[in-house]
Design a protein around this ligand. Structure first.
Ligand code: F6P
Length: 557
């Protein structure tokens, strides 16, 4: 059975754990290029393909017609993890730019606003929660355009929402954005629900024949770190959402397809711009990797939505690399006040403001830590003068900044000279590519990647549970049954599985595993050596570089 493209290993990145940091950046760039050029036999489904441009254009026209009516309209963008954060990002961008009283643009993120910057993986599995959030967000509107983002065509939370829209097409126009062909949508059982994502996706495809729904699913190729949809898929999501909404809300009477193609080309140029600075990015990776290896922290600081890109990048490192939440964290100027998020000020749970960072976090940083400045202003830079942490500056305007550049270990200066509008959303793409490279590269250096796999993935939802089983199967060289046995032994820290454990639903295994570290590497070692879970854990303690421990054992077999 073919696996979803978003879960395949990319041929271009199989050595990413074994090369120097410049080569890591080269590999990331080559993988990113596939977003625009397409991938293997799916080239005709690339983002630039006539059928995708046509679908975007049709959708944009429908949105444009609806929003110019007098009805109360809501555009809701929804997703889980990075897809939810991007839903927020895009809705927040348009919040300041639409001037129609009858139109609101809202976001939904599984797990609520805390998920904007911390991992909340479990709600992703709940279609009923998804539906309820949708009902709450759209109360009182006559017409709703619902855009559900799930890169892998997999999230039950989004499935529940799309399913509800399909049953209520008088009010809702559902749109599905993702990066697999419909037939490769996830077909696993969803607990307490009678459908799979595939069932919903097929119905979406059927309804799209009559213009009652839209499916926008270009193929962008597998991720550089297998399954890490925050990377290419996240970038492609940003591109699609902005292109759809910017063209739909554009009031000038310009040919729609021309506008769409122009937006896509600008996005491609922005992505390429990030990689013009390979050498400083590689240096930045070295600094961030060293920090993580010495138990230091990486702190992104910035302002506005570019600052939010730091929060977004950091939060996904927890499920992807089994990172601790504060290993890498983001702060944005004016915190929740700037975010203007639905749940308001959550600083009693986590303070994400730059002001808090300057006052309470920075004074405790040491030379082992790193501050990454995302296009900062002079005041921010100066207020952190003298802080012993290493500093990386990412900027579009080194020369206008009028600061002492000697404070920085690395300056990543991105030449935006020939961009139409340097404040536009395309600049977010540039920053995203650089942040993704820094955090991915640093975790590779920390040994959290073997070949191109996330070997310390956190087992925190159903999709990740099955991804973990695949990893154990691949590296433990075993069958499905054995992989599951080893995973459960690692989760329950036992040497044999009793009936009670075996009869529990997958959601219970996930609940137990979410709070635990190094579950997958432990399971792989159990599988490779037939040792007890305790022995596996002590082996990992002796060789803390997980990649080394696993490589050593794999080579022995
Ligand atoms: O479950 C974790 C995760 O894989 C995140 O890494 C990702 O951002 C999120 O799920 C959403 O995935 P998708 O967009 O495929 O629904």
């Amino acid at each position: 059975m073919q696996s979803p493209i978003t879960e395949e290993s990319n041929d271009l990145s199989t050595t990413i754990d074994d090369v120097d940091t410049i080569e890591i950046v080269n590999i990331l760039q080559n993988c990113d290029k596939e977003i625009f050029s397409g991938w293997k036999k799916y080239k005709s489904d690339s983002i630039f393909s006539p059928n995708i441009i046509q679908t975007i254009s049709n959708l944009s026209k429908v949105i444009s017609d609806i929003v110019s009516s007098d009805e109360k309209i809501c555009i809701v963008i929804s997703g889980c993890g990075t897809s939810g954060r991007i839903s927020f990002l895009v809705s927040r961008f348009f919040q300041d730019r639409i001037n129609r009283d009858n139109l609101k643009i809202r976001y939904i993120i599984a797990g609520g606003d805390l998920a904007l910057f911390t991992p909340q993986e479990a709600p992703e599995d709940d279609p009923k929660k998804g539906k309820n959030c949708l009902l709450k967000a759209t109360e009182g509107f006559n017409k709703v355009i619902f855009i559900g983002v799930t890169c892998g065509l997999s999230a039950p939370f989004v499935a529940g929402q799309l399913d509800y829209c399909l049953n209520n097409t008088d009010k809702f126009i559902p749109v599905l954005i993702g990066f697999n062909p419909i037939n490769l949508a996830r077909n696993s059982k969803i607990e307490d629900w009678d459908k799979t994502f595939l069932n919903v996706a097929e119905r979406m495809a059927e309804y799209s024949q009559n213009g009652l729904a839209f499916v926008v699913n270009p193929i962008v190729g597998p991720e550089p770190i297998t399954g890490s949809s925050r990377m290419k898929s996240g970038t492609a999501t940003i591109i699609l959402l902005y292109t759809i909404l910017a063209t739909a809300l554009n009031e000038n009477n310009i040919n729609r397809e021309t506008l769409i193609e122009k937006a896509l080309k600008e996005a491609e140029k922005a992505n390429a711009l990030a990689y013009t600075q390979k050498s400083p990015i590689a240096k930045g990776i070295n600094i961030c990797g060293e920090a993580l290896n010495r138990e230091g922290r990486i702190c992104y600081v910035g302002k506005e939505l570019v600052g939010f890109m730091g929060l977004m990048d950091a939060s996904e490192c927890v499920p992807t690399f089994g990172a601790d939440i504060y290993d890498i964290f983001g702060y944005v100027k004016n915190g929740y006040k700037f975010l203007n998020n639905v749940e308001g000020d959550l600083s009693f749970k986590a303070d994400i403001s730059l002001e808090y960072f300057i006052q309470f976090v920075a004074p405790k940083l040491t030379a082992y830590d790193v501050i990454v400045f995302l296009t900062p202003d002079k005041i921010t830079v100066n207020s952190l003068n003298g802080c012993p942490a290493k500093k990386i500056l990412i900027t579009f305007s080194k020369d206008d900044l009028d600061i002492n550049l000697l404070e920085f270990s690395v300056v990543i200066n991105l030449p935006i000279g020939n961009f139409d509008n340097a404040n536009s959303w395309t600049m977010q793409l540039v920053i995203k590519a650089v942040c993704n490279a820094l955090s991915t590269g640093a975790h590779i250096m920390k040994g959290k990647v073997y070949k191109n796999r996330m070997i310390d993935v956190r087992v925190s939802n159903n999709k990740l549970f099955f991804r973990s089983l695949n990893l154990i199967k691949t590296f433990g060289k075993c069958n499905d049954e054995m992989a599951k046995e080893c995973l459960l032994k690692a989760i329950y820290e036992v040497n044999s599985l009793n009936q009670e454990i075996l009869s529990l639903p997958i959601s219970s295994h996930i609940e137990k595993a979410t709070a635990m570290g190094k579950v997958v590497p432990t399971a792989i070692i159990i599988c490779l050596t037939n040792c007890s879970s305790e022995e596996a854990k002590s082996m990992l303690q002796e060789t803390p570089m997980i990649r080394h421990a696993i490589r050593l054992l794999c080579n022995k077999r």
